[in-house]
Structure formats: C-alpha cells, structure tokens
Design a protein around this ligand. Structure first.
Ligand SMILES: [Zn+2]
Length: 389
C-alpha cells in the first residue's frame, strides 16, 4: 500500500462533515473504553446504533474502524506508561473506503445521500493512480490523500544483501561480495545542529518551548527525510536489479543501550540516540515490499564484533578497523557488520548452512479492516496489508 496526497481546501459543507466524523470517532472511543472493548466486531455492535442516523452508514463504519486503531494504540501506550491520557480525536479528518469514485480526473465524494462534492485531482495524483486500485480516501481541512495498492509477486532471491546503519553511513554488503557505502553524515550533522539550537532556548516557559521545539523538529524532519528516502530508494533499486533479498538487524531495545546511567557521556548518548535507523528500516521495508524484494530481520547479536570470515571474536584496531586474532584478517568495521548481517540471511535460503537461525519477518504494524455492507447486514474482514493513513 502506498499513499499519494495533494493540497486541497475543503468547502464549509465538507468541513461540517469532517466535524461530524470526528464527533462520531469520539463517541466510539467513549463507548470502547466504557465497555472495555476494542475489537472491530464488538465495538461496532456496541456503538453503531449510537451514531447519528443522518450520517451515511459507511461513514459510521469507517469512524468505528478508525476508532479501533486509536484504541489499539491507546492500549499499547498504556501498557508502557500508566498515565497515558485518555484518547480524543482532535484533528479534523475523515477516512473512507467506500462511496468515492474517480472519473474524468475528478474525485466524487458523497456528503449526504445523493449529494456529492467533486475534487479535481492534479496531474501528479492522476499519473500515480493510473493502473492501480484506490483503496481509501482521507480528507483533512487542507489536504486529500488517496491510498492505493498493488499486487506484487515476491522475487525469489538469488542472494542476500545485509544493511548496517552506522552513525555516519549505511553500508550494504552482498553475498556475492559487493560492498557499498551510502553517506548519511549530512543527516547526523543536521540533527546535531538542531540539538544545539534547541539547547539554547532561554525562555523558561514550557508551552512556548514545546511550540518552538516542535517547529524545529518539523524543519529537521523536512531536511533529514529526503536524505533517507534517497538512500533507501537506492538500496531497494540495487537489490531489485541484482535479484537479492534484503537482510537487516532487528533493533528492538536499542534505545536502552544509550540511556542515562550507562556511563556514557551526555553528548555521546545524544548522538547515538539521534540515529534514524528505525526510519531508514521502515522506508527500506515498504519500498522493498512494493517492488517484491524479500526483507528479512535477523537478531542483532555480535554482528559488529564477530569476524565475518571465521566467526571468531575480533579485537578493536585503529580507525574503525577490527583485527581477528584467529585468522589474522584486518576488517573494516562497517563492512564486517554488513557481511555478518547478510550471512544471517543465507541461513534462510534452502541450501544455506543450518544453525541458530532465528530469522523472522517483521509483521505489518496495523491490520486493516474492511467492512462489507450488504442488505443492512454488516460483516467484517481483516486484511494484513494495511497502512494507517
Ligand atoms: Zn577471523
């Protein structure tokens, strides 16, 4: 699934619809928490009749579906932090999987029964949407985004490429021996700059500080994001042309490595925590899925220490190099790690070496919910390939 968006100013009539939609979501949230239900089926049984009858039935269903996602995230956050605030839909938005139609470059969206609004789609959107099926439409007061999907057939990999993200670069090492380094030092520098900017705020007012830092964060994202997109695109394109699968480290709990009390300097911790490994992985994964390139995650255990030639534990040498006391090799640190990760993927292939292979694919973050309305009966169906718009 991918999404394409365009700017669009909605009319007051649609704005009212968005407001109604938000109100419905908040009603559903209240019902969900009060009755302690979060599954789509029970939630729709408990809350459907409480929603305004003036609304089109599929908008009511989409509001319930939206709520299940909110409740799911709320439950997850609450497990981590018991003081998580009660969820409340604040932003005006509407997501629908039904009722819209695209014809002659226009998107037709029903507001009420037999009352439609038309949105002109720009040439970029039309170009992207040609030949794919549109799954859902999301409207906000100033934008419109359309989610579309494509069936892909996974390419049977002829080898694997391991990706290792370091502070200043991403290194890829393929099982056929090629090594590539993608420079990301610019991203690290941008993040350091903004960290310094944020540390120099003088006003002792939490509200203003929050506002300014969120603005800074937005600017920082706008500058870092394109760099990561560029690298992830190149990695996936490369893997596709050489028909190899992508192997990455499963990086759960990495933040715990760099937290207060670990005997590291404040500056070092800040630098290590500014890594955008998660974002890079996310981009590589969705781009690879779209192109049919296999993605595998291996546990991050000793990938940077083990010798990629003989498997012996290496010793630190100078200038980001490693020395293996067993086979005498001198290895590049980043390259060695990427090779080890790629080797982790080999165990996954039918004629690879057996071993402690604990390889697993990461599951998609959310599950989509498809409602079917036929003759007043509501049925549900879950689809794995959903991306929360
Ligand atoms: Zn060795």
């Amino acid at each position: 699934m991918k999404t394409v968006g365009q700017k669009h100013q909605v009319s007051p009539e649609v704005l009212r619809l968005l407001d109604e939609f938000r109100r419905m979501v908040n009603v559903c949230i209240a019902v969900g928490i009060e009755e302690n239900v979060s599954s789509l089926k029970t939630l729709s049984m408990k809350s459907y009749h409480r929603l305004s009858r003036d609304m089109l039935s599929y908008y009511r269903l989409c509001a319930i579906s939206k709520t299940t996602v909110i409740l799911h995230n709320y439950r997850k956050a609450k497990k981590k932090n018991a003081r998580t605030r009660f969820p409340n839909a604040r932003k005006l938005m509407l997501t629908t999987c039904y009722g819209f139609k695209i014809q002659n470059g226009l998107l037709r969206l029903p507001v009420r029964r037999r009352r439609y609004v038309y949105v002109k789609l720009n040439s970029h959107t039309l170009h992207v949407l040609s030949g794919v099926s549109v799954r859902s439409v999301t409207l906000t007061p100033d934008s419109l985004s359309l989610t579309y999907s494509k069936e892909t057939i996974e390419i049977e990999p002829e080898g694997y490429v391991g990706i290792d993200r370091n502070l200043d670069n991403a290194t890829s090492a393929s099982t056929d021996g090629t090594v590539k380094t993608f420079d990301l030092s610019m991203a690290t520098r941008i993040k350091t700059d903004y960290r310094i900017v944020k540390s120099q705020f003088k006003r002792n007012d939490a509200r203003i500080r929050t506002r300014i830092s969120s603005k800074c964060g937005e600017r920082q994202r706008n500058r870092v994001q394109p760099l990561l997109h560029n690298v992830s695109k190149r990695i996936v394109e490369d893997a596709k042309t050489r028909r190899v699968g992508i192997v990455m480290e499963k990086l759960t709990g990495i933040r715990r490595l760099y937290q207060k009390g670990n005997g590291q300097s404040r500056n070092y911790r800040a630098r290590m925590n500014s890594w955008s490994y998660g974002e890079l992985q996310r981009q590589i994964e969705y781009k690879a899925r779209w192109e049919g390139v296999r993605v595998i995650y291996v546990p991050a255990r000793n990938t940077s220490k083990r010798c990629s030639i003989c498997g012996y534990k290496t010793l630190e040498s100078t200038q980001r190099r490693l020395w293996c006391p067993h086979c005498g090799a001198i290895l590049d640190r980043d390259e060695n790690a990427a090779r080890n990760i790629a080797a982790g993927g080999l165990r996954f292939s039918p004629n690879g070496p057996p071993g402690e292979a604990m390889v697993e694919e990461r599951e998609p973050e959310n599950a989509t919910i498809i409602f079917k309305v036929d003759g007043g009966k509501i049925s549900h169906q879950c689809d794995e390939t959903y991306q929360n718009p």
